[in-house]
Design a protein around this ligand. Sequence first.
Ligand SMILES: [Zn+2]
Length: 497
Amino acid sequence: MHRRITVPGALAAACLLLAIPASAASHSPGAPGIGDPYYPDYGNGGYDVSHYDLRLKYQPATDELEGTATIEARTTQDLSSFDLDFLLDVSEVRVNGAKAAFTTSGQHELVVTPRTPLDKGTPVTVVVRYRGVPSTKSAYGFTTWHRTPDGAVAADEPEAAWWWFPSNDHPLDKATYDVSVAVPDGTQAISNGTLQSTSSKLGWTRYNWRQNKPQATYLATLALGKFDITTGTSEGGVPVVNAYSKDLGDNDGAARASVERTGELVDWLSGYFGPYPFASAGGYVPNTTTGYALETQTRVYYSPKQFANGSNASVVVHELAHQWYGDSVSLKGWKDIWINEGFARYAQWLWSEHEGEGTTQELADYVYASHPADDAFWTVKPGDPGPDNQFDAAVYDRGALAIQALRNAIGDDAFFAVLKGWPQRHAYGNASVADFQKYAEQVSGKPLAALFDTWLFQPSKPAAPAARAAALAPGRTAPARPESWRRIEATNDVHAR
Ligand SMILES: [Zn+2]
């Protein structure tokens, strides 16, 4: 029963103060989600993480993972309790050194109640001891922990962290990482950033990886298995670390012929996007049965299937473009996915032009003509596709088409200034589609609201101006399929689950 409150506010507050110590009265639980409408339970409220220190041990034979996560954070409200997103079995949690109460809740929430409430704006150290068999854990009926014959891999979007470390699992809360993993001698552990050191003792080898720039949780990756690791430095001076499963079979040559070009392609992309934002680059190809690639920060994840038809430098260009568009500059909410995928796809179009396999305009014309007005393709709004269509082909292809439309509207000088200036403007931070529009307007001096609305936010096929369907050669009813098309589209099945 709801009763109208007749007690004056001041009196009600005074009564409350009698019951609860003054210091705790204003403390409340942190929200179980960070506030993303696409994924209401992802991330958490009330604190901001600055660093994850993960000390892990993994047994490939049994898929047992155990470890200690030390999380450095700062509170953003007065907290009586807070959540972490996690699925493994927790044995102890400490907050600022003192044992804390904890319980699980919902699909992937670990609710932590510190012994004493936490005041807003104070630094907090959270230590979580845990163990478990990640492959036995699921949330919402799925798992993104991929077992391989010789180990396992964590690499997926938008969720992968729950299976290997407790976190504030949303790109809005980026942090630096130290990932230290012990595996049996002869097995390798691959993660993000630079390999600081390795050591061996009593049959176990420990790999110490460091990511010294802010990184979104879904871009943290872990691969455990038997790998051949290669190292080098790009002509432009970027250290490169790649890794290949020793069991790639017939895909081994094509995988290396693609991923070993990482340094060359990082340097080439720097010409468009500005200096490479991280201390290392690279990729790894584990022997998974998945089909996609993912822009895991500084260490891109490639499924062997990406190379089943031969080498594919285009997919490497796509994932490396994300290092600027998606990784250094991360989305604010998952609805901003165009900031990631539109630009990574457009980078593939630029590569196609560079290789003489179709210009960006030819690719734009082909996409435009390939989908008639009644094609469901046009009902997906790249600027806000909804969680079910977040990785729809339209986000990529219509997304890149929108970028070509922008280029045609503001001209090459302004366009390439935007392309290079944006990653600097928001380096290591977060930004939205609206922020991008504002920035493009500022650089070009042109109002762009109508253009962005037409190409990113209307559920219908835009009328022709920028697509230039009229520019077809006389007698042609549709533009020819550019030579690069097949390899570009092969990047598409990124997120089938
Ligand atoms: Zn992508």
